[in-house]
Ligand binder design. Sequence first.
Ligand code: PEP
Length: 249
Amino acid sequence: MRKHIVAGNWKMNNDLAQTEDLVSDLKKQSKTSDAEVMIAPATTNLWHAFQSVREDDIEVIAQNMHFAENGAYTGEVSASMLKSIGIKTVILGHSERRAYFNETDASLAKKVDAALSNDMRVIFCFGEELADRKSGNEATVVESQIKNALFHLDADAFEHIVLAYEPVWAIGTGETASPEQAQDMHAFIRKTLSNKYGNTVANNVSILYGGSVKPNNAKEIFGKPDVDGGLIGGASLKAEDFYAIVNAF
Ligand code: PEP
């Protein structure tokens, strides 16, 4: 069922002590919206964060995982390892993973399969680069990212998928897609899903927007009918700012 979701991607920020501080600040905030709240600390701090927010209305999620169950993949973490410490949701396909770690739609399709076969929920990220937008190819790029990584799935799988449209030119740049640009793309994404899986699947999938969402622009972006929430980078590192975004719904 389609939900409002606000997820904070902490990226490679915050050691254990800083994680403790930020989690404790988050616990002091009050939620006045119906949004599901998620935080994605670094892998080393997942267990601590998970233990700390057990009683709170915050889900701790992972930023990435490997597609294999186990084996000779030095430095990697599997879905079952995440599950074993209570993590039930994973972000896959963030543009930084695609750009710096050579993740492709094909390798992401394998990660999606591994997460789903471990009963995990996936926040699947995609989005065009500036050159794509400048040349008017943003819809083609987004459509192919979705098709190549997700369209081998059956309709039921989409109960466990959240989509995150993140135009690469808006991530960490302070430049945001306008609410209209976000709405246009989200409507296009829903249409793409509907063409393949029908209206029920398309209308039930939550589609988040990511790219310089801040307390001062969240309300306008979240006000658009096909925007179901946000994936938040920089602004998720300050508890007050993050909850101002959570409460923008
Ligand atoms: C992100 O990294 O997913 C992101 C949206 O970052 P920021 O909010 O800092 O643009």
